[in-house]
Every structure is written in structure tokens, then in C-alpha cells.
Design a protein around this ligand. Structure first.
Ligand SMILES: Cc1ncc(C[n+]2csc(CCOP(=O)(O)OP(=O)(O)O)c2C)c(N)n1
Ligand SMILES: [Mg+2]
Length: 669
């Protein structure tokens, strides 16, 4: 334990680095790091369990800055405690190619746990991390062998609490009694527009108490002893998450600007930086940390010791429970079990035999039943649509506050919270999360889905009721623009399978992929297609020839999901009329795009310029496949309330319309 004045000195190192880096970049947010420095100093020096020498240590505490504009706080902490984040990295704050991006970008090698910046989501990520810890502990720990035993700490600001997602995530965290989650609220009374009392007057402590949290009020965030006491209180309450409401002064130490919004998101200015140096008694040059202060922060020896002690305990555990230990190691490293590819092969072979009609949401459930039992890390859930999304499987066991060992979470009606919590689960490691809702409500979840994509996390979105085909619920529930708009998110993989086989392949691809996947699935039954062995094999390429003609085709129909059968029927009519027509099923455009040029040319020969794409969604993403001489049978308006079959007819998804569209395309010069 250090004395108060020494502690202040240590905290001032964060303040100096933050104001200097922001000043050098002439861009960034000095206010939060300067305001939360004292809290961070106590947490990191006295409580955080981590090893700068190994940011991958699976039993490390997780630390998340949800008010991610305060990224310089994290970079300063990582540098000072001994992670391989150098002073050059800090000098390069916010510059292209540096590791010190404007907002933290997930980079575990440096100890950056998650990408934050969209306010509120870091808090939800932390909920997912704490939940995962609790679940893994319940499944892996044995009496006397607590090999999973770490905490999740999260910093957040007024903005995080104003955001609705904080409600979704924290309400669920309270219900699930995530006792090892501790949140530090930077209660500085300031957001960008000024003093928050004009737009944020919630009684935050009462709000969190109502969620079932343990709340410590009125902590002086600049008094290390008060912070210490608040943390001690949090540690003593094990059956509820804790919110420590810390009163701070934004920009603490900048004598003329502290306490005002002017410190939030702009460089302090040369004069104010100089004044702050004087005010804080900080005499070092920019980007120079005196040795004594560096020693005070250096956590490498302590970290190595902590991990070494854990490793010893883990070795004892492994000696007694070798299978559990091997499974734990496999899962935290994100490796699939031995024999996984055999499981996929068997299920795919079975799905290839499917006949008759089935909704792809039901096909999806069959795949879950095939893949789930051998994959204990497959962690399901739904935003209160389990019977509609068919996300439960025969080995599903509901996770509850009293039995957290389950592999299925009822997220409640919280689509955004579910997405952001799943990101936290995936980031933590040890579980592969999937969660269901209606595709139309991807809008609610969307920024969380985008964050999965930015961070390339293995999160699987099971999104059913994927078109007007859902029927009577009407236009509020019928996705139109969703499929194309989700397809264009970089790193996002969207599969829209047409039957059991394509669904089986889509699921295996999602589980194997390092990045997020959306499975767009039908509510209504659609017929199984028949395929040759080569075609079965080709599904994993994202697009393939499903029906071909004698000789070179003069026209190609391209379809996905529920429209594949329509394309097949239309092709048959066209063939009967003497036309040479090929049908391409394209369940996943991005996977198809990633195939080699020769394969793509084989499926969609450049010479065949007459093409018609058919998809019950907005047409935009198909023009690049059909070209200017092609056409798209698509949705050009919102849907309507009615029987699904009637809607397909009404909106032109009929054999007649596809045939006449194809004939028009063929007739055009
Ligand atoms: C979802 C989202 N909306 C808006 C922003 C832009 N923004 C960044 S910080 C901020 C104000 C945050 O206030 P507070 O959390 O109190 O931070 P402080 O100024 O106290 O550091 C806003 C609106 C954002 N990053 N994320
Ligand atoms: Mg604030």
C-alpha cells in the first residue's frame, strides 16, 4: 500500500500521458483519464489480477473501459504496468497504423480486451464476460480446485448510463446475480453538451438497486482510501454485481478547465497543459516517466507470480482431472474438439438426404441437435423468441442465477443487449455464443452486430422470419432492407440457406469461422432440393450450380433461401419453352466472393450476361451479380399483413413473373 501523496503521483503519470498524447495528436479526450486516474490507480495497483507478460492468461481479471473515449487511460495503464505498449505507441496516439487508436480496438496481445466507443456497449460486454466466468467456473471448478476465479471490472460514464443498452444489460446482470462484476461510474456531472442536469437526472443508485445490484453511493473518486473502501465493499458482496458511484472532476488537474465540458474531447491547449503540470507538480517532460514512478506501476513481477501460482493450481487440477483440464484448455484457446469434422460430415450427409418441406428455422434446430451435444461451448439463447427461433436444442439447459452451469440463456426482450453481451462472451473465450431474434429486429441489435464484425468475434446470430414469407404479422415484422444492409457490413457473413443441407453447412461454417455470422432463416416450410455428391460438396463455397441445362446456358437464375425453389420451378418452365437456363443457389455471397476466380467463372461465366436474381428483399446487393443486362425480382416496398403465400404472389414472387422477367431479359439486345 502506498501513501496518499505517492498514490497521487502515480495517478498523475496517467494524467500527464493523457494530456500530452492528446495535445500531440491535437485530438482526443483528456477529461476522462484525468478524472478517473485516481480510481484506476487504486484498482490496478491493489486489485486487478493480471500479468502484463501474458495478456492471454485465461484466469486474468477482465478490465473494460465502456466510456471508451477515455482510451488514453487504458494506454497509459498498459504502458505503465509493463505491457508491450511502448512510449512510441503512446506518441502515436490516434495516428494511422498505431496501436493506440482513438477508441480502444480489441488487441489482446497488448491487453486491450475489447473495442469500445459506442457508449454503453462496453458495460454490456463486461456483463457477458462476467457471465462467462461464472458459467465456466460452474462447469470446470471442482472442490479445492478453483481454476476459474477472476473478476470483471468496468469503467463507465454518464453517456453509458443514458444509453438504453445499459438498462438491458444491467437488468439482466442483476437477475443473474453476477457477483464478480464491479462497475465504476464516473459521476462527473458532465457530458459533451455541458452539465448533465438538463438531460440526465435519474437517480442512478436507485435504478441499479432496483435491478438487484449492490450500490455504493457518493464515493470520492479522488480519494484513494474512499475508492479502496468502495472496492472492499464490492468484494464483500458476492451475490450481486456492484456499482460504485464515484464523484469525480472531469479533467482533474487542469486548473482553468477542470470540471467543464471543455476537457471532454479536445486538447487542453499548450498553456493549460503547462498550467496543469504546475498545478499537479509534474516536472517531467512530455512522454517521460520518472523511474521511481515507473517502478511504482510495474506489475510484471507481481503478474508473473500470480500467473505462476495459478499455473501450479492448474497443474494440480490437470493431474486430478485430466479430461476436464484438456477440455478447458481447448475451449479457452478456441479450438474445436477432435472429431468435429466427422460430426459435420455425418450431419451434412444426413441433411443431404432430406426430402419434403421444412422451415429453415427447423432445419437450423436439427443442425443444433446434431452439433450441440459434442460441442459443450456452444452457448445458445434467444431474445424471448425461443419457440419461434428454434434456438433450443435437445441438450439445452437453461442458465439461471442459482444454476449458472447451463448452456442456454433467456436474454429476455433485449436484442441489443443480447448482441453486446454475446460479444463479451466471445471475447472472454471458452464459449461460442449464438442468439436468436426475428431478422427484422437486427435493427435493434445492429451496432452490437457491427462490433462483432469489427472485432471479428465468433458470434452467431440466428435470425428467423426472414421475409414477407412470415405472413400475417405484417410489415413491422417483415424484413425488406435488412438482408442487403447486413451483407455489406465488413467481416460479417450472412447465410440464407434454402433447405436442410444448406443450413447444416451454414451452421458448420459459422462455428468454424473467426468472425460473426448471421443465419437468415424462414418461418415457413420450403422444399428440400436434390443434389449430386459434387453439389453437396459445393454448398460450402457459398454459391454453386444447383440445376443446369444441356450446353452453355443463355440465362442464369440466382436465388437464395425461400426463392431457390421458385427459381428451380421457373427454370423448368423456361426449359420447356426451349430456353437453356441454369439455376445458381447463392446462400452466402461473401463466401462465394472469396472463392478463386476459376470457380466463380465456372458458376457464373462472364459470357452469360443474361441473369436474373430472385430474393424477397431489397435488390441492391444483386446488381453486381446480374450486371446491367440483368434483372432482380425483389421487394421495392414494405410488405403487408396477409397469408405468406398470398404475399409472395402479390409482390411478384411467382413462376409467371420470374419467367416473364427472364424472357424480357433474354429478349433485350
Ligand atoms: C452511442 C454513442 N453515442 C454518442 C457518442 C459520442 N459521445 C462520445 S462521449 C459522449 C459524451 C459522454 O459523456 P460521459 O459519458 O459523461 O463522458 P465524460 O464527458 O464524462 O468523459 C458522446 C455523446 C458515442 N461515443 N457513442
Ligand atoms: Mg460525464
Amino acid at each position: 500500500m502506498s501513501t496518499s501523496s505517492h498514490r497521487r503521483l502515480l495517478a498523475n503519470a496517467i494524467r500527464a500521458l493523457a494530456m500530452d498524447a492528446v495535445q500531440k495528436a491535437n485530438s482526443g479526450h483528456p477529461g476522462m483519464p484525468m478524472g478517473m486516474a485516481d480510481i484506476a490507480e487504486v484498482l490496478w495497483n491493489d486489485h486487478l489480477k493480471h500479468n502484463p507478460g501474458n495478456p492471454h492468461w485465461p484466469d486474468r481479471d477482465r478490465f473494460v473501459i465502456s466510456n471508451g473515449h477515455g482510451s488514453m487511460l487504458l494506454y497509459a495503464l498498459l504502458n505503465l504496468t509493463g505491457y508491450p505498449l511502448t512510449m512510441d505507441d503512446i506518441r502515436g496516439f490516434r495516428q494511422l497504423g498505431s496501436h493506440t487508436a482513438g477508441h480502444p480496438e480489441h488487441d489482446l496481445h497488448l491487453g486491450i480486451e475489447t473495442t469500445t466507443g459506442p457508449l454503453g456497449q462496453g458495460l454490456a460486454n463486461a456483463v457477458g464476460m462476467a457471465l462467462t466466468e461464472k458459467n465456466l467456473a460452474a462447469n470446470f471448478n471442482r472442490p479445492g480446485h478453483e481454476i476459474v476465479d477472476h473478476r470483471t471490472w468496468v469503467f463507465l460514464g454518464d453517456g453509458c448510463l443514458m444509453e438504453g443498452v445499459s438498462h438491458e444489460a444491467c437488468s439482466l446482470a442483476g437477475t443473474l446475480k453476477l457477483g464478480k462484476l464491479t462497475a465504476f461510474y464516473d459521476d462527473n456531472g458532465i457530458s459533451i453538451d455541458g452539465e448533465v442536469h438538463g438531460w440526465f437526472t435519474d437517480d442512478t443508485p436507485k435504478r441499479f438497486e432496483a435491478y438487484g445490484w449492490h450500490v455504493v453511493r457518493d464515493v470520492d473518486g479522488h480519494d484513494p482510501q474512499a475508492v479502496e473502501a468502495a472496492i472492499a465493499a464490492a468484494l464483500s458482496v458476492t451475490d450481486r454485481p456492484s456499482l460504485l458511484c464515484c464523484k469525480t472532476i472531469i479533467g482533474f488537474g487542469a486548473p482553468n478547465k477542470q470540471g467543464t465540458e471543455s476537457t471532454h474531447g479536445a486538447a487542453l491547449g499548450v498553456d493549460e497543459v503547462a498550467a496543469a503540470r504546475k498545478h499537479l507538480g509534474w516536472t517531467s517532460e512530455p512522454f517521460v516517466i520518472p523511474d521511481e514512478i515507473r517502478r511504482g506501476w510495474d506489475a510484471r513481477a507481481r503478474g508473473a507470480e500470480a500467473e505462476g501460482a495459478w499455473q501450479k493450481r492448474f497443474n494440480a487440477y490437470a493431474a486430478q482431472f485430466p479430461e476436464l483440464a484438456a477440455d478447458y484448455q481447448r475451449r479457452v484457446e478456441g479450438r474445436l474438439p477432435a472429431g468435429w469434422s466427422d460430426v459435420v460430415k455425418a450431419h451434412v450427409a444426413q441433411a443431404a438426404q432430406a426430402t419434403g418441406s421444412l422451415a429453415t428455422r427447423q432445419c437450423s434446430q436439427q443442425s443444433l441437435n446434431a452439433y450441440g451435444p459434442g460441442l459443450p461451448e456452444l452457448f445458445g439463447g434467444s431474445a424471448d423468441l425461443t419457440p419461434s427461433n428454434n434456438t433450443n436444442r435437445k441438450d439445452s439447459k437453461t442458465l439461471t442465477a442459482t444454476d449458472v452451469s447451463g448452456n442456454y440463456l433467456h436474454y429476455g426482450v433485449r436484442e441489443f443487449g443480447m448482441a453486446a453481451i454475446m460479444n463479451g462472451i466471445a471475447l472472454h473465450g471458452g464459449l461460442i455464443p449464438y442468439g436468436g431474434t426475428f431478422l427484422v429486429f437486427s435493427d435493434y441489435a445492429r451496432n452490437g452486430m457491427r462490433m462483432s464484425a469489427i472485432m471479428k468475434q465468433r458470434v452467431i446470430y440466428v435470425m428467423t422470419h426472414d421475409s414477407i414469407g412470415l405472413g400475417e404479422d405484417g410489415p413491422t415484422h417483415q424484413p425488406v432492407e435488412h438482408i442487403p444492409s447486413l451483407r455489406i457490413i465488413p467481416n460479417m457473413t450472412l447465410w440464407r440457406p434454402c433447405d436442410a443441407l444448406e443450413t447444416a453447412v451454414a451452421w458448420s461454417d459459422a462455428i468454424e469461422r473467426h468472425g460473426p455470422t448471421i443465419l437468415a432463416l424462414t418461418r415457413q416450410a420450403i422444399p428440400a432440393q436434390t443434389r449430386s455428391a459434387a453439389q453437396v460438396e459445393a454448398v460450402r463455397r457459398g454459391g454453386y450450380v444447383l440445376k443446369d441445362c444441356e450446353g452453355a446456358p443463355e440465362l442464369i437464375l440466382i436465388a437464395t433461401g425461400s426463392e431457390v425453389a421458385l427459381a428451380v420451378d421457373a427454370a423448368q418452365v423456361l426449359q420447356q419453352k426451349g430456353r437453356r437456363v441454369r439455376v445458381v443457389s447463392m446462400p452466402c455471397t461473401s463466401v462465394f466472393d472469396a472463392q478463386d476466380a476459376a470457380y466463380r467463372e465456372q458458376v457464373l461465366p462472364r459470357a452469360v450476361e443474361k441473369r436474373v436474381a430472385i430474393e424477397a428483399a431489397a435488390p441492391e446487393t444483386w446488381w453486381r451479380y446480374v450486371g446491367t443486362r440483368g434483372a432482380v425480382v425483389a421487394m421495392h416496398s414494405f410488405g403487408a399483413s396477409g397469408v405468406g403465400k398470398d404475399l409472395f404472389r402479390h409482390f411478384g414472387f411467382t413462376v409467371d413473373n420470374v419467367v416473364s422477367t427472364a424472357e424480357r431479359v433474354l429478349s433485350e439486345k
